[in-house]
Design a protein around this ligand. Structure first.
Ligand code: URA
Length: 290
């Protein structure tokens, strides 16, 4: 990796820390690559890396009635009206905590999200993507944020990466219609699949924590680096976090839950060589459930 003049002036420990924060926590080659000399094309804005497979995602899968038994939060049939009142004050962590904390059921939590004001993603998204699966599941999978397919359908993980996630789950006997639950840190799609900002994640934290408390899974599986860092308060990237057993602790949950981060399926679609590691991590999850 090449250094900018500012980085050249940084003490080595600060530079290393900066790399880890940026997710560059693993050496992938012996020879240095000067990324600053990369072509203009490489510098063009890109969509959220983790969730945007290199190949164009196929058309979204149509939901079937059998697909989700006891859907805890059935998706809206069509787009909901855009909820953000113009001129609303920006949402605050405090307001989000109060709304989320008052929810005593998943339906109330959905209502709390719908009533959150001053959160711009609500304006740009088509649908709230709340979550789906069974009550008290073995495993609760938590991704980053909905993509285009999810935004259209109001359901989590229904595009290309969702189909891979379904297959990964099936390989260890999990199914969103039988014994699993799926949601995201952010329930609204960031425009153009960009990465969620730290401020957006902070506003959504009380909601996902309440969501976990209400769903009460036996284990949580953060899917991808953004979810793992947000839920486990870690700074390392997914390469370092995946497959390790953490404890997810929250005052709302009397028993702390085991948590095992997993590679994001969108990443696996681009990097099939990492599937062996993902398989190993799935077996760790299976072992914990058993
Ligand atoms: N990626 C995610 O993180 N979540 C989804 O629901 C879909 C794609």
């Amino acid at each position: 990796m090449g250094f900018s003049p500012e980085q050249n002036a940084m003490p080595p420990e600060a530079l290393l820390e900066w790399y880890v924060e940026m997710g560059a926590d693993e050496a992938i080659g012996d020879a240095e690559t000067n990324w600053f000399a990369a072509s203009e094309a490489a510098l063009a804005p890109v969509s959220r890396a983790e969730n945007a497979p290199a190949s164009a995602p196929p058309a979204a899968q149509a939901p079937s009635a059998a697909q989700v038994q006891r859907p805890v939060s059935a998706a809206p049939a069509q787009a909901r009206p855009r909820a953000l009142a113009s001129g609303a004050e920006p949402a605050t962590d405090k307001a989000a905590s109060a709304l989320a904390g008052a929810a005593q059921s998943l339906e109330e939590l959905r209502g709390a999200l719908e009533s959150l004001e001053g959160f711009p993603l609500k304006v740009t998204a088509t649908n709230l993507v709340f979550g789906e699966g069974v009550e008290t599941p073995d495993v609760m999978f938590i991704g980053e944020a909905p993509g285009a397919d999810e935004d259209r359908q109001g359901r989590p993980f229904v595009g290309a990466s969702g189909r891979l996630l379904d297959r990964m789950m099936a390989s260890i006997g999990l199914d969103r219609a039988e014994n699993a639950y799926i949601t995201n840190i952010l329930p609204w799609r960031p425009p153009g699949n960009r990465e969620p900002t730290a401020a957006e994640i902070a506003i959504c934290q009380p909601f996902i924590r309440r969501h976990i408390a209400l769903v009460r899974p036996r284990i949580i599986v953060p899917v991808g680096g953004t979810a793992a860092k947000a839920l486990l308060d870690q700074r390392q990237g997914i390469m370092r976090l995946r497959g390790r057993r953490f404890e997810f602790a929250d005052p709302d949950i009397e028993l702390a839950l085991p948590a095992v981060p997993l590679f994001h399926p969108a990443f696996l679609l681009r990097s099939a060589g990492q599937k062996a590691l993902a398989w190993r991590d799935l077996l760790t999850i299976k072992q914990i459930i058993q």
